[in-house]
Write a protein that binds this ligand. Structure first.
Ligand SMILES: Nc1nc2c(ncn2[C@@H]2O[C@H](COP(=O)(O)OP(=O)(O)OP(=O)(O)O)[C@@H](O)[C@H]2O)c(=O)[nH]1
Ligand SMILES: [Mg+2]
Length: 324
């Protein structure tokens, strides 16, 4: 199948073609990457599909929440796609685990669930996440939900991918509020206090109040509206419809105010910058003479025969001559 044939198959909503296309764009083989670029070039750009991020520490209930939200969406006639990133880069066990926790969605004809290992990407999402999300959009899925683990620095990358970001937390807030990276919170549109069920209901309500007083004044990334704090039970399905209604409203506002277009243009610029740096590095270090010199310099560095600055000068001279 040529890239344009694959693009056509993806565009017609063929699930197997979509899965194949994602595998192609995620491949690190150079030959595949060239084909992937042709594939992406042959696909239309979508402008009005909501990209929703769901972030949070391991085990807070992200997958269970997505499963419940996805179910609600499917019942409402939508076709959600889910891309779940696992930072450990494991496959098999954890992927299966996610499939099971999104069991209802994974078996739904209207939905598409794709667990993606994170591999070596330093961000909370994979290197090719932008293309993966675009592929899901081209296949007609809407919204696209991206699950990403952790609350660390790395996760900020998810903010470069999505229009709206949900942060899922547990009722025992206290310390967690302190531990949460401010950077991420500034990018979150909503904090969901999950597992607000059984005997955790009271502590969840208290946690929600704490979050509200801590972040109520912060503006979500769409600017105007304050960070939404919502009590949910992904397991029992409570609070999900309310969250979705609020998100839809925010998305519609951002779309009509033009804010969304500006945000997306900024994000595209940053993704492009990352791609440019990665490609430059690949091409420069791909030259055998440069690579060989780099190894040599590493040895000299280890023996303290030269400093990093000098090593850098020599490597750049090899790569670019006198050019500065
Ligand atoms: N009581 C209760 N348990 C929940 C709720 N949501 C999730 N769980 C349970 O919490 C555990 C973890 O849920 P997941 O949805 O897999 O959490 P996750 O955040 O996706 O986990 P990772 O992908 O491993 O980071 C499972 O045993 C769920 O059944 C909830 O609302 N209430
Ligand atoms: Mg999960």
């Amino acid at each position: 199948m040529t890239p344009s044939e694959l693009a056509a198959a993806v565009g017609s909503g063929d699930r197997r073609a979509l899965a194949k296309a994602i595998t192609l764009v995620e491949s690190e083989r150079l030959g595949d990457q060239i084909l992937a670029r042709q594939l992406m070039a042959a696909l239309p750009f979508s402008t009005s599909v909501l990209r929703l991020g769901v972030a949070g520490a391991p085990g807070v209930g992200k997958s269970t929440f997505i499963d419940a939200l996805g179910q609600l969406l499917v019942e409402g006639g939508r076709r959600p796609a889910v891309v779940a990133y696992d930072p450990s880069g494991r496959s098999g066990g954890s992927v299966l685990g996610d499939k099971i926790r999104m069991g209802r969605l994974a078996h739904s004809e209207a939905a598409f669930v794709r667990p993606s290992p994170n591999r070596r990407a330093s961000g909370g999402v994979g290197n090719r996440a932008f293309d993966v999300v675009s592929l899901c959009e081209a296949a007609g899925y809407d919204p696209i939900i991206v699950e990403t683990v952790g609350i660390g620095q790395s996760e900020v990358a998810v903010t470069e991918l999505v229009d709206l970001l949900l942060l899922v937390v547990l009722p025992n807030a206290g310390d967690e509020i302190q531990a949460l990276k401010k950077g991420l919170l500034e990018h979150a549109d909503a904090v969901l206090v999950n597992k607000a069920d059984g005997d955790r209901r009271t502590s969840a309500a208290a946690a929600a109040r704490q979050y509200e007083s801590a972040f109520g004044l912060l503006r979500g990334r769409t600017g105007e509206a304050p960070v939404l704090v919502e009590l949910v039970s992904a397991l029992e399905g409570t609070g999900i419809a309310e969250v979705w209604a609020a998100l839809q409203q925010r998305f519609a506002e951002a779309l009509s105010s033009g804010r969304l277009a500006i945000d997306r243009a900024e994000r595209l610029k940053r993704w492009f910058g990352v791609e440019v740096r990665r490609e430059l590095e690949r091409r420069v270090l791909g030259r055998p003479s440069v690579r060989a010199l780099k190894v040599e310099l590493e040895h000299e560095l280890a023996r303290r025969q030269l400093g990093i600055g000098e090593a850098l000068e020599r490597l750049m001279a090899e790569a670019f001559g006198d050019e500065r």
